[in-house]
Design a protein around this ligand. Structure first.
Ligand code: GLU
Length: 437
């Protein structure tokens, strides 16, 4: 299913386009642009509209001033990018990380557009972030920065405009502060303005573990199709947070062995399989896998060459580089993170026969249950966890089947197959709506 070796066309925006970003072939926006270039030959007449995908509809940069507990004033960069509103309101998370940039948020917003369309949710795509290390802030500072950021982006978010949600280093408490701030500003409680809220404030059962659950369900289905037995399968995971930990738990419970884990603090290896419950308890207490005694500490680069059947990058973008792709032993990569594989690495994996289940389907469980939360908030009628999970499984498995069939029909990678399905929907909406004026 190799299709990545196609050279970038001369019209590629990597060489022409937006004055405000300078992507490289392996940066998040450069990665996304290459993915768009690869889908264009397969979308027929809709290619006329393809440039739409390479330009975010709306990009907001805000200054977020914060009075620190010691009385000093600090300033942070905040972003909200609405990549596309063609199929509905913007939708996508908010990330707090010291490396957040406009270019990264643009790519993450664009991947939300593709993800929402790939699983056929009635949304466009958006993403936000603050360039801050939240570990350096007290709880009160975290609340103040969240409230000021929400107020600053308040001009473009709303239950029918654009609906934020958790992402890296954000959580239900932060969503509660966002919901409250927006509600105070509009003078009415507006639960539908964010998803991933606490249960007591209009949150949905099943949301916290939804992304990890979706990674497991799509991973199990991919393994079935590839004839990789789940029982005894070796699984390696990079990132043990909101997504990696629940995914590890579900794989371990189904008979797979988690043989390697890596996070910002360290890398551990245990060929017999970790006790995932004990590892999760350790991470809850210490904030990292480092120091856990149920495995051997190994070098961080060694993570990429351990003997494994399934690799789950569940951290940040750009982790599977050209060099690492050449060393992977896995048969299947489950992209729990957004944008973990750079284009040249995608090509190497395809040549090596390693199947990549792309982010836009693999990690879509989170936004699918966000959609359920939003629907429940509007109807003020809440579903059981069983109902949430049944509906999630049905949507995500159906979407995966459609993408798999599309990829096989065109003899292309699952990523390009997912982009064919998604971009078909996005650009059809674009063409049907027509250009205003
Ligand atoms: N941040 C998650 C993602 O990357 C969820 C977004 C949402 O629920 O809106 O898909």
């Amino acid at each position: 299913m190799a299709d990545g070796s196609r050279p970038l066309p001369h019209s590629s925006p990597l060489f022409s386009n937006l004055s405000y970003v300078h992507p490289s072939p392996t940066s998040p926006w450069g990665t996304y642009l290459a993915q768009v270039d690869r889908v264009v030959p397969y979308i027929g007449e809709l290619a006329r509209w393809a440039e739409t995908l390479r330009r975010p509809k709306r990009t907001l940069i805000v200054d977020v001033p914060l009075e620190l507990d010691n009385g000093d004033i600090a300033h942070f960069e905040g972003f909200r990018v609405q990549h596309s509103l063609s199929r509905g309101p913007g939708k996508g998370g908010v990330r707090y990380h010291p490396d957040v940039t406009l270019e990264e948020v643009m790519a993450l917003a664009a991947w939300m557009t593709v993800k929402n369309a790939a699983v056929n949710l009635p949304y466009g795509g958006a993403k936000g972030g603050i360039r801050v290390d939240p570990k350096m802030l007290s709880r009160k500072e975290l609340e103040r920065i969240t409230r000021r950021y929400t107020s600053e982006i308040g001009v473009i978010i709303g239950p029918q405009q654009d609906i934020p949600a958790p992402d890296v280093n954000t959580n239900p408490q932060i969503m509660a502060w966002m919901m409250d701030t927006y509600s105070m500003n509009v003078g009415a409680t507006a639960t539908g303005v964010v998803t991933g809220k606490p249960l007591n404030l209009g949150g949905s059962l099943g949301r916290v573990k939804a992304t990890g659950h979706g990674v497991f369900v799509t991973g199990r289905e991919a393994m079935r199709r590839l004839k990789i037995p789940l029982e005894g399968a070796r699984v390696s995971i990079q990132g043990f947070g909101n997504v990696g930990a629940p995914a590890a738990e579900l794989f371990a419970r189904s008979g797979a062995k988690i043989v390697a884990v890596q996070d910002h603090g360290g890398t551990l290896y245990n060929p017999g399989g970790f006790d995932v419950n004990a590892l999760t308890a350790h991470v809850e207490q210490f904030g990292t896998v480092a120091g856990f005694t149920g495995g051997e500490a190994i070098g961080s680069e060694d993570f990429w060459s351990v003997q494994t059947d399934v690799l789950i990058p569940a951290a940040l973008e750009g982790q599977i580089t050209e060099a690492r792709a050449a060393r992977l032993t896995a048969k299947l990569v489950l992209e729990a993170a957004n944008g973990p594989t750079v284009p040249v690495a995608d090509d190497i994996l395809a040549e090596r026969g390693i199947v990549v289940l792309p982010d836009v389907i693999c990690n879509s469980g989170g936004v699918i249950v966000s959609y359920f939360e939003w629907v429940q908030d509007f109807s003020s009628f809440f579903w059981s966890e069983e109902e949430v999970n049944q509906r999630l499984d049905k949507i995500i498995t159906g979407a995966l089947g459609h993408i798999w069939d599309t990829a096989e029909r065109h003899k292309i990678s699952l990523r390009t197959g997912a982009f064919v399905v998604a971009c078909g929907r996005i650009l059809t909406a674009r063409a049907e709506r027509g250009l205003y004026p």
